[in-house]
Design a protein around this ligand. Structure first.
Ligand code: SF4
Length: 246
């Protein structure tokens, strides 16, 4: 993808093109797929839902979409009514389940992002399997993938990052990340163009996240260059499983 095109085109057109590129190059979606989009109510997953609904028509791929929002017992920043209305405009049915993440903590354990994500991922998988969905689409973007890679490298000494496509051995479900080649700033611009409600995350635990520190260090490494970030993604093997297993 020419950098010149990326600088000139309208934000949502860029997102659509890059999303289609990831879908086609990595075989993320196949005919007949039943895809559950994990919708937090934030810009990333809402743009993802829009992009998949748009591509469904453009690529003439017969696949089915539905969206799930997982509410927790500590974070109420999502305006579910607004989210459901936007999804309905795009022809995506919406459902919402409650997961008491803090309520499941054992005595003496402290709340953290790892625990929260694991609980929500477990419920997402359960819901998808029970509903007969064979794919789950997550809204992680290029910056998320690079940040996770460096957190694993510097924090755990492991060469691991989030893959664009992950087939579970244990479950009849595959995870896909169609926004994996798109920078966060491009998604923000697309969300502005679509007039997607900005739901700033008010989670009190996220403010202490190590991710924020890594984000600043990556910004100084790449100087914010999208081309350099995409080279990092390419070096990671992109959709391959070698360095990118979860
Ligand atoms: S920032 Fe909050 S909602 Fe997000 S993973 Fe961490 S604890 Fe969970």
């Amino acid at each position: 993808m020419a950098e010149r095109f990326l600088r000139r085109a309208a934000p949502c057109r860029i997102v659509r093109k890059l999303c289609a590129k990831a879908v086609l190059e990595h075989g993320l979606i196949e005919k007949g797929d039943r895809i559950l989009v994990a919708c937090s109510g934030g810009k990333d997953s809402t743009v993802l839902a829009w992009a998949l609904a748009t591509l469904k028509q453009e690529l003439r791929l017969p696949y089915e979409l539905a969206a799930l929002h997982i509410s927790t017992d500590f974070c109420a920043c999502c305006k579910k009514g607004v989210l459901a209305a936007r999804l309905a405009e795009w022809g995506i049915p919406f459902n919402d389940i409650d997961v008491p993440v803090i309520g499941r903590l054992k005595p003496g354990r402290r709340m953290n992002c790892y625990w929260c994500s694991t609980q929500r991922r477990t419920e997402l998988l359960r819901y998808a399997i029970a509903g007969g969905f064979n794919k789950i689409a997550l809204g992680h973007h290029l910056d998320d993938i690079i940040e996770t890679f460096f957190m694993n490298l510097l924090g755990k000494g492991e060469l691991r990052a989030m893959p664009l496509l992950l087939r579970y051995q244990k479950y009849p479900v595959t995870l896909i990340r169609p926004l994996g080649g798109i920078e966060e700033r491009q998604i923000i611009s697309c969300a502005d163009e679509l007039d997607i409600l900005k739901a700033a995350c008010t989670c009190p635990f996220g403010l202490r996240s190590k991710r924020r520190v890594i984000r600043e260090r990556i910004a100084s490494l790449t100087g914010g260059s999208g081309a350099e970030k995409r080279r990092i993604l390419r070096a990671l093997g992109s959709g391959e499983r070698n360095l990118l297993e979860e």
